[in-house]
Design a protein around this ligand. Sequence first.
Ligand SMILES: [Zn+2]
Length: 534
Amino acid sequence: MAVAKLLQVGGIFQDIYEQQRHRDALTARAGLEKATDARSRDLLTLYSLNQGPIATTLENTREPFLAVETAPPGKNVYPWDLTEKEFQAYLTANPGERQTLTHLRHVVRRADAGSLARDLAVLRRHAVLDALHPGLREKLTRLAQTPNRTTLYAVPYSIVYADESIRAHRLLHEAADAVGGDDEEFARFLRNRARDLLTDDYEAGDASWLKGRFKHLNAQIGAYETYDDELLGTRAFYSLSLLALRTEESVALRKALQGIQSLEDSLPIDRHKRVIENIPVGVYDVIADFGQARGGNTATNLPNEAYLVDRYGSIILLRANIMRDPDIFGGSNRTWTSVMAREFHADLTVDAEFYRTLWHEVGHYLGPDKTRDNGEFDAVLGADAGLLEEMKADLVSLFVGRELRARNYFTESQLTSHYASGIRRVLQNNKPRREQPYNMMQLMQWNWFLDRGVLRVDRASGTISIDYARYHDAVRDLLKEVLAVQDSGDKRAATVFIDRWGTWDDSLHGRTAATIREQQRFRFRLFEYAALGK
Ligand SMILES: [Zn+2]
């Protein structure tokens, strides 16, 4: 019963997520759902693959496939016509508004009469939201006296998506009632998170999520990741993942993570934090994913806000059925064998992909989570903060390999496979766009490995070889650079670093990418879960 309620919340979040990504998404989807012809059904499949009316093509460009405009970088969580320049100028001129205008869970709007009237109507319709956001009604009323398109204001998500948030709140309480007899701690989490959805402050729910020990089910619920905000990288987009615990594997994993402090202390930087030894890490099977969490997501590591991580640590949810999925590994393995020299073909294993991802997530736990003078990465590094954080996590995973071998956590061949998986990860099938953090940081590693002689490309055949002897030191040195940029919080240094290593040479990278694309018979994969009855 609890599962059914949580799946309904997922459906609500799916709708919100699509609205966040494109202002015409739900209208476009409704049009397709009404139509009965075969072409509309195909377009609906394309819509659900892309979670909206914009598709990413094989050439890695974004094109609308329905009669809608291309979405701007800030998508539908900023005014459609807002540029970064206008926004930054506004923030500089109105420092008092900065906090709400850059808030993780607020939408930015122009103070025109229509927008203000709609938001005020929501506050009148839902007394609970008016009560939970004191001062907001007064502020909007004041703005409505002299509406002005050049004035910007911020509205909390609970008010922008009010009807959805209220329904999700009730459903989460019903789920909590259904599961409470069996798992009181999970029920408490659901009730706290229900309230968070109306206050836009996730501390209560995050605390019970991170500190609770749940029996069978776990769930990521709410707006967390900011990757979809390509304007500033500060807006969170909605997601829900429902997960079933794999008990035995989770216990084994926690044991392996003891002694994590010495890994932190070994990182190539001169300051180290105290790491919580008892990380709430678990191995799960995904029951269903919605919104931002949908797709080939292999792990969750949350929250992102430094003050919450300071107080409560973070949670790592590994998705075993995604990571060990034979189809997905088959695809990775075909990529691998198509571009690597024959002697390396056997080095990539499904197990290694699992461990690399696991230690990537642990990697987010290690290293500084603020700049040396206590700045938040997002605030000082902007959209590149995410890129650097992901790059750090990738590199920590590879960096600790040698120590994990010394502790007999890895055998010699597992270490080799760990390294091979790190290489497989960075090979691209297309030139990344600058605003794609994962692909960009992978390309940077690819270039670094070439520069350091870890990778060599055979001119005649185009196949790639690995010099494992150079691997650890190359990883250590690149990690040192990433940590130094994070530590300094120097936005200019970050740009120089990314531009220096994010280069693309068609005769080199392009050749490998073309080989990979050729064998990718299934470019798009539709994720289906039995729970959704698809
Ligand atoms: Zn990550």
